[in-house]
Design a protein around this ligand. Sequence first.
Ligand code: PLP
Length: 368
Amino acid sequence: MLNKGQSEEELFTFLSRKKREDIDHDFILSSMCTIPHSVAVRAHCMFMETNLGDPGLFPGTYSLERLLIRRFGSLFHCAEAGGYATSGGTESNIQALRLAKVQKSGTRSPNVIVPESAHFSFKKACDILGLEMRRAPVGKDYRMDAEKAASLVDKHTIAIVGVAGTTEYGMVDPIANLAKIAQQHDLFFHVDAAFGGMVIPFLDRPVPFDFALPGVTTIAVDPHKMGMSTIPCGCLLTRDPGLLTTLNIETPYLTVKQEFTLGGTRPGAPVAGALAVLDYLGTEGMRAVVAGCMKNTGRLIAGMETLGFPQAATPDVNVATFVCPEDAVPGPWRVSWTRRKHLRIVCMPHVHAGRIEAFLKDMGELHA
Ligand code: PLP
């Protein structure tokens, strides 16, 4: 702690210098987050001091959270769905498995089946909740093998997880088949659509992945990814509007006497930001954003193949992967690498056509 405070000018000179040390978004090709939409920033600033952890003090902000859940409920074919705004996919996935554990509280040594491609948040969830995590293999197309997943089910299984838009390869697991398997075995079925939930509904030919499939119990979707909200904003949706109350604990000194959330103090600002983007763009606007990202993904894949770097998978959403040596990408570009050592680029809204062409040009010059 400084003994004597700094002047505002000194302080902000220091902060500006630190900000300049961050990587410019122009070169970030590896992230599932993006530059927030201007209406998200404006709404965020309006609601900066709000705390959804004590909703009785912020009834207006709380009603925005309910509205956000309503928007996603209807987008995911269940207008009555319950849910709340989380800090992102990790919290949504932890809470989904927590719900599954409570639903199946009579099960000894419980296990959950997740695809080998699942996000690492499921490892955290299983560690915290004391669940055995069984990994079902993916097929050659990088989608979860539903038959192999079914063969892992036993009397200790409480839940299956499917991913709609995998982190590494942008694939949608066979959610309809998995939903049937979950129903046959009376299992909780969570769909991690943290990334794909804001892409798939806006594609020309969306694959079924949501509450339209009777076996789906819960869905995670992250506005702070393709929803272009400010960070942090995820949402957990439940088909049964009352399901979350099964997690309720007593909260004696707040305006509400019980809460089911994982966090206590929760920011209202990104919730306002997330709703602002949805209501500003509407379905038409989101379709245009997604169409642009998919077009850029296609152009990137075509360009890389011309340069001699074949795609590793044909993605369902805007994540492109390539067979490419790790030293083949010039600085200052920031890309990432999958566990199988494929080059991975996420064509987020800030990765617009001009940036794809600049990247391809630099790759072409390096490998001429
Ligand atoms: N699920 C999927 C499919 C993801 O891609 C991610 C992050 O990239 C997460 C969950 C975790 O989300 P967060 O980092 O917002 O907690």
